[in-house]
Design a binder for this molecule. Structure first.
Ligand SMILES: *[C@@H]1O[C@H](CO)[C@@H](O)[C@H](O)[C@H]1NC(C)=O
Ligand SMILES: *[C@@H]1O[C@H](CO)[C@@H](O)[C@H](O)[C@H]1NC(C)=O
Ligand SMILES: *[C@@H]1O[C@H](CO)[C@@H](O)[C@H](O)[C@H]1NC(C)=O
Ligand SMILES: *[C@@H]1O[C@H](CO)[C@@H](O)[C@H](O)[C@H]1NC(C)=O
Ligand SMILES: *[C@@H]1O[C@H](CO)[C@@H](O)[C@H](O)[C@H]1NC(C)=O
Ligand SMILES: *[C@@H]1O[C@H](CO)[C@@H](O)[C@H](O)[C@H]1NC(C)=O
Length: 246
């Protein structure tokens, strides 16, 4: 019974996702992404409830709940087509409304260092809450024009890293997306220019800062709420309509 409902639910998702794919968008819209992971296949019965399992008949993996839920990069392995990103940090644009259940979503942005990072344990901005127009899939992006590097981490031109974006749904499950980067000089012509077309805040997605217990390093600066709110005991809502800033 529950499984039936679940399968129906996922069939609906697949249909919605396929419909969205016509627009050929990705979750991380700037500076790029590992590849399309808006994909669900196999059944929960085949994996006995696991999020991912090897299908020996087919010689590949199946993701009955959807690839995007798999830590750390939504079922996608390290890519070879890295994109250049400024050595002092740069822009990050995300389309958060791909799946149902994201009328509100917590967003985390982390870095992992190296060719294939051992972990994604370097947060670069404090987690924040977004509010979208609907619990159904919706278009639109938010963009952080200057995501800094973690405090006390220095990188060189040519160093490799991975940017991980985690987006929790209303029920708490996390969607994972990554882009593999290679650090480049700020004025490297191969860094895709940041423009109003690839880095913008949609007017119907708003930010709400979260209660933070402690600064997390240099990354805290850009999204830091006013000082007095740090004392609050509950999430602080400082809704800022994106559109107002652009
Ligand atoms: C890397 O290649 C994949 C598969 O072709 C593509 O979907 C993705 O956009 C590429 N990513 C970058 C950063 O170029
Ligand atoms: C795996 O199965 C899918 C359909 O379920 C099929 O499209 C695909 O070609 C198969 N892959 C292999 C390697 O057999
Ligand atoms: C399931 O989808 C993944 C991602 O597209 C693919 O790599 C894999 O081969 C698929 N598995 C089957 C059994 O079709
Ligand atoms: C995460 O990986 C880095 C190397 O990129 C390492 O220095 C650090 O100790 C690791 N942190 C944790 C919590 O494992
Ligand atoms: C989008 O809104 C956030 C939060 O207010 C802000 O930090 C960021 O700079 C805005 N992005 C753009 C492109 O204005
Ligand atoms: C950065 O390094 C300084 C000096 O070693 C230290 O006091 C500070 O706590 C470090 N910050 C972080 C976020 O690790």
């Amino acid at each position: 019974m529950a499984m039936q409902a679940s399968i129906t639910h996922w069939t609906t998702l697949v249909v919605l996702v396929c419909a969205s794919l016509i627009h050929a968008h990705s979750v991380i819209t700037y500076p790029g992404y590992r590849g399309n992971n808006l994909h669900t296949n196999g059944t929960v019965a085949e994996t006995n409830g696991l999020g991912v399992a090897y299908d020996p008949k087919n010689g590949s993996y199946i993701f009955p709940y959807g690839m995007e839920w798999i830590y750390p990069c939504g079922g996608m392995p390290t890519s070879t087509n890295r994109t250049k990103w400024p050595i002092r940090g740069g822009a990050l644009a995300v389309q958060p409304g791909w799946f149902p259940g994201h009328a509100t979503a917590l967003i985390y942005v982390n870095l992992g260092f190296g060719e294939t990072p051992e972990n994604m344990s370097h947060p670069v901005v404090p987690p924040f809450l977004i509010t979208g127009p609907s619990n159904n899939p919706y278009p639109g992006t938010f963009c952080l024009p200057q995501v800094p590097l973690p405090a006390n981490i220095s990188v060189n031109v040519g160093d490799k890293a991975t940017i991980q974006v985690v987006e929790t749904a209303k029920h708490g499950a996390g969607l994972y997306n990554c882009v593999d980067i290679i650090f480049a000089e700020v004025d490297d012509p191969e860094i895709e220019e940041v423009t109003r077309d690839n880095c913008f805040n949609s007017s119907d997605i708003s930010f709400q800062y979260m209660y933070t217990t402690a600064p997390i390093g240099s990354g805290a600066a850009m999204l830091k709420p006013p000082q007095n709110t740090l004392l609050a005991l509950a999430p602080i809502l400082i809704a800022v309509a994106f559109g107002a800033l652009m």
